[in-house]
Design a protein around this ligand. Sequence first.
Ligand code: ADP
Ligand code: MG
Length: 183
Amino acid sequence: MRTNRPAQAPPEGTTSGEDMPILNPHSLEFFSRSPEQTRRLGIRLGSLLRPGDLLCLSGDLGAGKTTLVQGLAQGWGSLDSVSSPTFVLCNEYRRPDGKVLYHLDAYRLADALEAEDLDLDAMLETGPLAVEWAERIKTALPLQRLWLKLRYISEEQRGMVFEPEGSRYEQIVSKFRHQSFGG
Ligand code: ADP
Ligand code: MG
């Protein structure tokens, strides 16, 4: 885990270090200072989702992917509790109207070919899908998607970059930005 990050978070919208990618103009960079804050941000994002939406989560172990998904499921409207998909590859969080948010952990998938067997398209026809370790199965994923790139900064601080690929996801990020940060 990285610990050599500055304690002082840079202002929103700026890059924070040598290894950050150049942000595309629709991307959003911000910081979470607690697991609760990460869950709250997840709730906001989860409330904007609809079936067909693909969220790709990347970041090392402990970066906060599952914590963010806990918020997503709650914002989506499900009362089911969220855990890492350990015994099954894919969890389902159902809301009272029957609609489901899918949660896939690609960590234990051998490769993108194995991911193709899961029939992600069928899942996306009925619900939104959040994929942890999505970078591992990148070639099996639809090209239109929202990357949620998380990284460890310090004990309670995490850096996040939301990077939309496709106009639907630019729209989601734009709404999320307004609701969370104003402006
Ligand atoms: P991942 O799924 O990426 O492996 P988890 O969400 O399972 O990560 O674990 C993140 C861990 O880091 C949890 O124990 C959580 O309580 C802790 N944590 C500390 N600060 C934060 C934060 N700001 N956001 C998310 N998790 C945090
Ligand atoms: Mg996890």
